[in-house]
Design a protein around this ligand. Structure first.
Ligand code: SF4
Ligand code: SF4
Length: 110
């Protein structure tokens, strides 16, 4: 198994998660982070750190799409190990439904 980042991270991107990961397996897109499933050691320490509750174990149901997305984007986005500045409107987007269409596939950290 692995932990993965899901929809509510989009446009929230608080980045609290990257500070606690012992194996630095987060990767940064323009408006979301993902976890590299082959690098995650399933320790679970990032899950309660996410203010958006966007990190879940892939053992929860109906997450195939998000597992694929984390797997694919972790290969093309840069690694991130330090918390940056969250978007100014992150709190406004936290919990909003149907954010999937807003996901940018562009790499972050530019
Ligand atoms: S803490 Fe949560 S919302 Fe913030 S970047 Fe990590 S997964 Fe995304
Ligand atoms: S579960 Fe552990 S290893 Fe996996 S992303 Fe979270 S902090 Fe990193």
């Amino acid at each position: 198994m692995t932990y993965i980042v899901t929809e509510n991270c989009i446009k929230c991107k608080y980045m609290d998660c990257v500070e606690v990961c012992p194996v630095d397996c987060f990767y940064e897109g323009e408006n979301m982070l993902v976890i590299h499933p082959d690098e995650c050691i399933d320790c679970g320490v990032c899950e309660p750190e996410c203010p958006a509750e966007a990190i879940v174990p892939d053992t929860e149901p109906n997450l195939e799409k998000w597992l694929t997305l984390n797997t694919d984007l972790a290969k093309i986005w840069p690694n991130i190990t330090r918390k940056g500045t969250p978007p100014a409107d992150a709190d406004e987007w936290n919990g909003k439904p149907d954010k999937e269409g807003l996901l940018s596939r562009n790499p972050g950290g530019q």
